[in-house]
Design a protein around this ligand. Structure first.
Ligand code: MTE
Ligand code: CO
Length: 422
């Protein structure tokens, strides 16, 4: 008889091998590492080549290891257009909650403009006492704030509307979401300086790209937590993310976060731009289009194991994933390994920030049988991520944007992971 280990005493908390999240909460992770498949071996006896010659010199701007070069965004440009399309974050290759800037998803309606910050200006006009023009140097002299927030395109996960479940990676399906530390000037400070007239209830934000992408934003949001972001993860914005300045609206649909921002016009009503009427509205079952869905709904996805991956035989695994809500903090994430028959609460990595990605983990003893994994997020307003069937029933077959249903991954007996609808 083999001696019982700490692992044998681990409490099963839901069907098909889900174990208590305490394993991650109380330093129990050592049990996971020691008793599993994470086969740490003793150092090899040979002195490695890296110890025999000095390493490479320093460099002015860092690069990742060449061994990680295969981790790439999933790029989809729309043929026959002038640079419209998207590239998705490879969620399955990342951990933690911050998306490296070079892997932040992209969504451009007319390519990435090349903007000289010395020439670029932001105009605030319309229903204001004093129209103002800011150079980039002038903006940078205002008090800055830094906030960690996700950004999600409202077209994210739309492939899961298709009749057949798309067989792609987690990033290929859900990678139009990323999370960064954004630093910039609170928009309220600039609007106060311009002096918003009492009838100014909305604003129009216009981008300086060839699409002149423009959206209407309610004044309440602009005055609450909107920022004109100049920095992303500590360095100046990437050109793809709106260099030298973008509007950032925590939790709001990606499209409203106007990049390459050049103009804010205070208005009494929404402007009804092409970008908010022909797109980003949702056709409802009654045939009418719903305009203006601003905060993104509560959502989660298991990133490991996930689509197109292969599990390496039965044993103990950590399920890892991300959850987020445009309405605030994630309160809890529940995981199922038996297709939704039973759920148990996952461990959340702190800090759990409002309108930010939140990492969850769950220990799972996989017995090698075909298993259906799901995650279901609940946010601090009590909103619960819906099943796909419930979402489709509520929104009708024609909707395209704002898909937030539970993702189900099937782990086959051979360990292959696929996207399934249940
Ligand atoms: N702003 C401008 N000026 N032009 C654009 O094409 N795309 C929008 C929004 N802001 C866009 C824009 C869309 S649809 C999304 S989802 C986000 O920017 C994407 O931001 P990202 O490329 O930094 O991820
Ligand atoms: Co978008």
């Amino acid at each position: 008889m083999t001696k019982p280990t700490a692992l044998d005493s681990l409490e099963q908390v839901a069907g098909n091998g889900l174990l208590h999240r305490r394993l991650f909460l109380q330093g129990g992770a050592a049990a996971l590492a020691g008793a599993t498949l994470l086969t740490a071996r003793a150092a090899p006896p040979d002195v490695p080549a890296s110890m025999k010659t000095p390493g490479a010199p320093m460099r002015g701007y860092g690069e990742r290891s060449p061994h990680e070069a295969q981790v790439q965004r999933v790029v989809n440009t729309t043929p026959g257009t002038t640079g419209t399309g998207g590239s998705r974050t490879p969620l399955e290759s990342l951990e933690g909650i911050i998306t490296p800037s070079s892997l932040h998803f992209e969504r451009h309606h007319s390519g990435v403009p090349d903007i000289d910050p010395a020439q670029h200006q932001v105009l605030i006009h319309g229903l204001v006492e004093r129209p103002l023009i800011f150079s980039m140097d002038a903006l940078a002299r205002y008090p800055l704030v830094s906030r960690i927030h996700f950004l999600e395109c409202s077209g994210n996960s739309a492939g899961n509307n298709n009749a057949e479940a798309p067989q792609q990676t987690a990033g290929g399906i859900h990678g139009l979401v990323s999370c960064s530390d954004w630093t910039g000037v609170p928009l309220s400070v600039l609007l106060d300086e311009a002096g918003v007239k009492p009838e100014g209830k909305w604003l129009l934000a216009e981008g300086g790209d060839a699409a002149s992408m423009s959206r209407s934003v309610p004044m309440a949001k602009a005055m609450d937590d909107a920022i004109l972001a100049l920095y992303q993860n500590g360095e100046k914005l990437r050109p793809e993310q709106g260099y030298p300045v973008r509007l950032f609206l925590p939790g709001y649909e990606g499209n409203m976060n106007v990049k390459w921002l050049r103009r804010i016009k205070v208005t009494a009503e929404p402007t009804m731009t092409k970008d908010e009427t022909s797109k980003y509205s949702d056709l409802q079952p009654n045939g009418r289009a719903k305009l203006f869905t601003f905060p993104m709904d509560v959502k989660s996805v298991i990133t490991s194991p996930s689509g197109m991956q292969k599990m390496q035989g039965p044993g103990l695994y950590q399920i890892s994933g991300i959850a987020w809500s445009g309405f605030g903090r994630i309160r809890r994430v529940e995981v199922s390994a038996d297709g939704g028959k039973s759920f148990a609460e996952a461990a959340l990595d702190g800090p759990v920030l409002p309108q930010a990605l939140t990492r969850f983990r769950m220990p799972w003893r996989w017995d090698g049988s075909s298993s259906l994994l799901m995650s279901r997020a609940v946010d601090e307003t009590g909103a619960v991520q819906p099943t796909r069937a419930a979402l489709m029933a509520a929104r009708g077959a024609a909707f395209r944007y704002h898909y937030n249903a539970i993702q189900s991954w099937n782990v086959g007996a051979a360990g292959e992971v696929s996207n399934v609808y249940v």
